[in-house]
Every structure is written in C-alpha cells, then in structure tokens.
Design a protein around this ligand. Structure first.
Ligand code: CS2
Length: 487
C-alpha cells in the first residue's frame, strides 16, 4: 500500500481530503510538542482558520525529544489523518496544517531561526506538566515557579553562562527563553506564546517560568531582554479540550482501510472539541474563532471547571478503575459506580468553582456521555500517568478550599485513596516521581504514614498534616485492595 503524501491526495475519497492546499501554507506558528493531542486539536483549528480566511497560517511543530513522529510526518509531506471516533462509526480525513516537523535536539539552528523570524507571530506549546519544570505546588502568586535545581534546568542555565558557542538549551523552557531573547535583541518583533497544557493559569505560569529563566541566565543583557519582553511578548491563558487517546495499531489499520494509503502519523479523537483563549495577543494570530474558538477576557472559570471536573474525574476514574480491574474509561463507566462517581465528584467540587463558567451539573451530565463513548478505547493507564504532576492541578486546590470551609470531601478522599493504591511498587503507573512514591511505602509502612508521606511528596505538606484526611484516605485502602469501589 502506498504511503500518504501530497501525490496521493487526489486519489483519496473526496470527503477524506484536507480543507486546503498544503502548498499554500507558510510557517507562521511554531509549536512545541508533536504529540497526538496537538495534531487533533490546535492543528485542526489552525487548518480551519487558514481555509476559511485564505491566510496562509501553517505550523512548524517541534518534537522535544523523540524523532519518530517528526520523521514519519516528513515522509508523508507533513500530512496525517484524523479520525473522529463517533459512537455510530468513525469519520476520517487528512489534515493539512503543518509546514515543518523538527526535533529540538537535531534541528536546533532551524528552531532558533524560526523563533526569531518576524513572520512567526505565534508560538504554542503542548509539553505536558513535566515540560514546565515547576517547583512542586507553586503558582506565580507564591513567587518563583521555575525549579532552578531541576538537573535539566540547572544544566541549561549553566550553558547560558558559557557565552556564545555554548550548546543550545535542552529544555523547552530554556529553548524558548533563548529564542525569545534573540528575538528581542533583533528588534523585538512582538509574538504571543500560548501554553496549551492542562494547568490553572497556564499562560501566567509559562510567562513566569520563561522570565525566571532569563533572569537567572548568564546573558549580560538579561535586564534589557526582560524589559523588551514585557511589552513584546504575551502569554495568554487557554483551555484546551478534546479527549485524544494514544494511537493504537488498530487505529492505523482502520485509517489505512478508509484512505487506501498508509498513514503512520494518524491520530484519533472524540467528536467534542473546544478551545477558550484569553484575548491578549501581542501580534497577529490565526482567526481560530472562525472554527468556534472562544476569545474571552478571562479564562479562569473555564479553566478551573475543565481541570477540576473533566480532568479531576478522569484521574479519579483512572485510579479507581485500575483498582477495579478495568482497562478503559468507557469500561470504568460500564460499572455501577462509574457514572455516580463522575456526577458525585463534580457536585463535591462545584462549590470551589468561580462564577462565569458552565453549569456544573450540565457539565457533569455531558462528561458522562463523553466518557461513555464506546468508540474511544481511552486507556486508564494513559490518564493515570504523571499523577504527581496532575493531582496538584486537578484535586488538591479544591480539596484545600473545601476542607478550609469544613465541607466534607468523601469522593476526593476516595479518589486520593485510588491514587495512593496505584503508587504501590507492585501496581505503579508511569510517573517522573515513581521512585520517590514507591519509597513512601517502604519508609512509612503504616497506612496513614504512607498516605502522609505520599501527600508530602506531592508538595502538600499542609494536607499531610490533616490527620482526619489522612485517616479517611487510609480507611479506604482495604476495599480498594479487594477491587471494591464504594462511592
Ligand atoms: C486526561 C487529559 O490524560 C489525561 O490526563 O485527563 O489528557 C484529557 O483527556 C484532556 O485534557 C481532555 O481535554
């Protein structure tokens, strides 16, 4: 079977062809993070914005580490297919949004040139919580957010002190800081940098991390760079939403069967998708609103609703579902506790949400429908990964608010017990802190002691000191060990 590329486009079934001629695009957006989520979310809006406006908004995407996807895309003239997983059957079409696929390490000079290019006016990021190298539990309101002692950040900062000729930074934050610094030196052509990761205040966190990197760098002109950045670089907050499972072999086979060509960069996603952006752009941007993106003065109510209700119940389903021997989100919903857990957790969290966002009960009902989609095959293990970075965003701030108000938190306790259960060395989910988490079980074998140590490892020493909380979490563990979820 031939491989998907530009020459094959005219042979595709008409409904599978891209929304525009890929040859008409130019690189005006640089994106860090070449994962499935970007290809099924921002890339689609950008393709639609270009198609509907006639403006040539193309994206050069940069993979922070692995070269596999970038190579696959280059072999396919940067084309890939997206299958919408509808309960009644999939719909597949090719997306033409990319104008380049690079790898941060191999293509350092090209990435640097693009970040300085005045035609590039938007930089977007999907690098997951890990990519921000944040001090545990820190927000920009508490002071510094960047973990300068993180070995990767420390090594990057050392490189900046080595002067011209030093190797380029290896972290995305370091690379962005050095690219923006070069851009500021070259005349400060304004640019907007958009974090598309699941974090509260993602724009403010990214802006703070980049500025802190510049301030701690060895660049002699760092103060001038920071001054120029203050007016020439915007970091809006955004809320991205679409459930995108990791692509499986069966998805590649299905895409090939529909298209009649091989596509090793194929992605899939649920039919639902949304994008809310803070309207503080410093320079031209793709008219994403032509495809339904919402530009608002403040993303906070949308962000907290999405993080706490959607991502919060996703994580709860993941840990509890794994304890109950389930494999997918739809599988966890196909139990007597799945839907009550989602509705109950949303109701428990609702009082912590600011006004101005969606109605929590309607949102919960829609979540149950989205999570039940039998076509999704969204693995619980995928969601359970990196809990030490996700939970401080999804559960802990709301838990603090509720406990400070004396409000009972039974479902957050159950969810935390699910996470605790999954940190045991015999059952561990992937996590950058896996070793530390596993160590909590051997150094503190008594259950409330284990819970206390694990909460401390999450950067939540205050919650670890809440004996009523740690006792309630520990009390849930025996039922979970028996595979029973008691909502
Ligand atoms: C999920 C998210 O993997 C996870 O942690 O909760 O990726 C979720 O699917 C998206 O945020 C939905 O927009």
């Amino acid at each position: 079977m031939p491989r998907l590329d530009r020459t094959e486009l005219r042979r595709l079934p008409p409904e599978c062809r891209p929304a525009l001629d890929p040859g008409a695009l130019r690189t005006r957006v640089v994106h860090f993070g070449l994962g499935a989520f970007h290809r099924a979310h921002q890339a689609l809006w950008t393709e639609q914005a270009a198609a509907r406006s006639g403006e040539p908004w193309g994206i050069t995407a940069v993979a922070p580490r692995s070269a596999g996807t970038a190579r696959a895309l280059r072999e396919q003239d940067l084309l890939y297919s997206l299958t919408e997983r509808r309960p009644e059957g999939g719909a597949t079409r090719v997306v033409a949004a990319l104008t380049g696929a690079l790898v941060l390490t191999e293509d350092a000079a090209r990435v640097a040139a693009l970040l300085a290019d005045p035609e590039v006016t938007v930089v977007t990021l999907t690098v997951t919580e890990k990519g921000y190298h944040r001090l545990a539990g820190r927000t920009p309101c508490d002071g510094a957010v960047l973990d300068r002692k993180d070995p990767a950040v420390a090594a990057d900062l050392e490189r900046t002190a080595a002067g011209p000729g030093a190797a380029p930074p290896a972290t995305v934050i370091g690379r962005l800081a050095s690219g923006l610094a070069a851009r500021m030196r070259a005349g400060a052509a304004p640019v907007t940098v958009v974090s598309c990761d699941n974090m509260a205040d993602n724009g403010a966190v990214l802006g703070a991390a980049v500025r802190e990197f510049v301030a701690a760098s060895g660049w002699p002109d760092r103060e001038t760079v920071l001054d120029r950045m203050a007016t020439a670089v915007a970091f809006p907050g955004t809320v991205v939403d679409r459930i995108v499972p990791a692509t499986a072999e069966s998805d590649l086979a299905r895409a090939a069967a529909v298209l009649g060509v091989r596509d090793t960069a194929a992605v899939t996603g649920e039919p639902y998708r949304s994008w809310v952006l803070e309207d503080i752009f410093a320079a031209p941007r793709p008219p994403w609103e032509l495809d339904g993106a919402l530009l608002v003065p403040d993303t906070t109510p949308y962000q907290l609703t999405k993080l706490r209700l959607l991502n919060g119940s996703h994580s709860a389903l993941a840990y509890l579902g794994l304890a109950a021997g389930r494999d997918t989100v739809a599988g966890a919903l196909d139990t007597d506790w799945g839907a009550p857990l989602v509705r109950g957790l949303c109701a428990e969290l609702a009082p912590t949400l600011p006004p101005g966002g969606p109605d929590p009960a309607d949102y919960a009902a829609e979540l149950v429908t989205r999570f039940r989609n039998p076509a999704m095959q969204h693995r619980l293990r995928q969601i359970a990964a990196d809990g030490s970075l996700k939970l401080p965003e999804r559960w802990l701030p709301a838990l603090r608010t509720l406990r400070a108000a004396g409000t009972p938190t039974p479902l957050l306790e159950l969810a935390l017990a699910g996470w605790v259960h999954t940190t045991h060395p015999d059952r561990q989910a992937a996590d950058p802190a896996a070793e530390t988490l596993a160590g909590c079980w051997s150094t503190h074998p008594e259950p409330t002691g284990t819970v206390r140590a694990l909460l401390t490892a999450l950067g939540a020493a205050d919650l670890a000191d809440d004996t009523a909380l740690t006792g309630a979490i520990a009390a849930r563990l025996p039922a979970l060990r028996a595979g029973r979820i008691e909502v």
